[in-house]
Design a protein around this ligand. Structure first.
Ligand code: ATR
Length: 561
């Protein structure tokens, strides 16, 4: 496990020419990689002498070295002769590579390979610590098969020192199964297990939690040797690799897609700033409720994972409320009233100090959630709670922008554009603060329904050209990237006394905000609301105030790219 032997960050060198490979090895050394994988199959021209020079360079770089010459049928670049491939791998082993990676299928079918590599790795002598160790690997680029344990066992059955399995995760529950299988295999010997693709990122970051020998990290974005592989600087600075411990709490943003979410950068930096033992990951969960429920059930059935909270975004906000209701968790009254939640908080039961499992009340036993005989205590339960932090984020942003407290909003008139999910939290907040609220929406019936629920008024979309209000809140998707030229108020005619509150944060400077500034109106941007809701989540999970200036500066930096 990680506490005994730390999982290493392994940088694959995928250069096409020797001089570039040298340069990449130096970069890997500067990035403090614990291991370097020389991907000999990427070299356009190679011979045994070149391989020796590369291994020598990699050894001088300090870390351990893996030599791999991946065949095309397992996703590699090698199309040459098998004899030549074997010669390169043998040369690498003799030059001092710490590991040679060979595909299981190639190992099984080629006696020549078994003999040559087996000799270098001294597999027949049973040497405890041979100078060069054999990694036997299997890859599946289309799916994650059901029987991962059996596959690991099959690999372990051969005289390999390390077993490695890499499969495409089509759903995030595939990644959970991979973590299970890696965790189990790592109990019997050195193992590598990872899921490829966006849904598999958790396996790459959490390999350390389950005792993986290594996790791969690209030298840079664009130099990945497999889909979903983070860059080493992302692993270190974004995912807090060096701070990760077996009992580090795990958080994440559930969405589809989530690859471009800013939340991991924001939350991990905020955890770092206060020294909180947590890591925050992108969690790609397919849109259906069944996928959402399977993922959270799966996490709860794996207490060692330490999932402690999630931000929930499009298209899962409704799924969160339904899930927490079905599992008899706690829905904060505000979230229930708004009819939307964006935050999941998970606490283990007080008597459940992490060793045993905690499972959601009424959750069906997930057949994916194998515990290898160490089943979670069925009676132990964690508490699940759904919260809405959009309300607080919006009201904090508005009050800060207007430089007054919530009591200062009493009696003001507010016009809300839109009647979707974002509007609900804002209408509730404005009504609670004592504002008179009018909702304008393209689909009038939705505005009327929302107005009836909260004691507001509704007007047709066309009536927005005659708005007279102290505060205008824009909650439609008009003007959102990439349609940054659009505005919900083409004929902007608001007096300078109006406060214009934009809820879109990408772009930060929407067309509507430009119009408002041109008319000398006071403005509140969407970044302020996003920071506010993120800060409220952070506080809910950690119990500590969020470093909001840091969060805002990270967001601005990201939005400017
Ligand atoms: P969110 O959760 O971000 O609020 P949503 O629930 O999809 O997203 O709501 C989008 C809002 O933008 C809705 O009020 C929608 O109007 P409809 O209810 O008529 O669909 C509004 N909207 C989106 N595109 C629009 C457009 N081109 N013109 C006017 N309103 C638009």
């Amino acid at each position: 496990m990680m506490s005994e032997k730390r999982t290493m960050l392994c940088v694959p060198v995928t250069a096409r020419a020797e001089d570039q490979a040298f340069a990449d090895i130096q970069s890997a050394k500067r990035a403090n990689a614990g291991m370097i994988e020389l991907r000999l199959d990427y070299l356009e021209r190679s011979d045994a002498h070149m391989v020796c020079r590369l291994v020598e360079q990699a050894r001088q770089a300090g870390g351990q070295t893996i030599a791999t010459c991946r065949i095309a049928e397992e996703g590699g670049q090698w199309h040459g002769e098998e004899t030549q491939r074997i010669a390169l791998l043998v040369a690498a082993g003799e030059a001092g590579a710490d590991y040679i990676d060979v595909e299981y299928h190639a190992w099984k079918r080629s006696a020549q390979l078994r003999q040559a590599i087996g000799r270098v790795c001294r597999v027949d002598t049973g040497a405890e610590r041979p100078r060069c160790r054999l990694i036997l690997s299997k890859h599946n680029f289309t799916e994650t098969p059901a029987n991962l344990d059996a596959i690991f066992a099959e690999l372990r059955n051969e005289p390999a020192h390390v077993v490695k399995l890499a499969c495409k995760a089509n759903r995030i529950t595939d990644a959970l199964r991979m973590l299970d299988a890696l965790r189990e295999s790592a109990r019997t010997g050195p193992a590598i297990g990872l899921s490829m693709g966006e849904a598999g990122v958790i396996t790459r970051v959490l390999a350390g939690k389950v005792g993986g020998l290594l996790t791969f990290a690209a030298l840079d974005t664009g130099k990945e040797s497999a889909p979903g592989q983070p860059a080493i600087k992302q692993m270190r600075s974004l995912y807090r690799w060096d701070a990760l411990r077996p009992d580090t709490r795990v958080y994440g943003v559930i969405g589809c897609p989530v690859a471009h979410s800013m939340s991991p950068a924001i939350m991990n930096a905020a955890f770092d700033a206060i020294g909180y033992d947590g890591v925050y990951l992108p969690l790609r969960v397919e849109p259906d409720y069944a996928d959402f429920a399977a993922f959270i059930d799966g996490c709860l059935a794996r207490p060692w994972l330490g999932l402690s909270g999630c931000s929930v975004t499009i298209p899962h906000k409704q799924n969160l409320l339904r899930y927490v209701a079905e599992r008899a968790g706690h829905i904060e009254p505000l979230a229930a009233r708004i009819g939307a939640a964006n935050t999941l908080a998970i606490e283990p039961a007080p008597d459940d100090q992490g060793a045993a499992g905690f499972s959601p009340r009424g959750a069906p036993r997930d057949e994916n959630a194998t515990h290898h005989g160490k089943t979670a205590r069925a009676e132990a339960r964690g508490s699940l709670a759904a919260h809405n932090t959009d309300y607080r984020g919006a009201m904090d942003a508005l009050c800060a922008g207007m430089e007054r407290g919530p009591e200062g909003l009493r009696g003001l008139s507010a016009a809300v554009l839109g009647a979707g999910g974002a509007s609900r939290a804002i209408v509730a907040g404005l009504i609670d603060a004592g504002c008179r609220v009018t909702i304008y929406n393209r689909t009038l019936a939705k505005a009327e329904q929302l107005a009836a629920e909260f004691g507001a008024s509704a007007l047709p979309w066309e009536a927005r050209s005659a708005i007279q209000a102290n505060v205008v809140v824009q909650c439609t998707s008009i003007g959102m990237w990439p349609n940054a030229d659009e505005t919900p108020l083409p004929t902007f005619d608001l007096p300078p006394t109006t406060v214009v509150f934009e809820t879109i944060y990408n772009p930060m400077e929407t067309r509507l905000l430009q119009q408002a500034r041109d008319h000398n109106c006071r403005t509140v941007d969407g970044v302020a609301m996003f920071v506010g809701q993120a800060a409220a989540q952070f506080q809910r999970w950690t119990g500590q105030p969020a470093p909001t200036d840091l969060i805002r500066s990270i967001m601005l930096e990201r939005l400017q790219h």
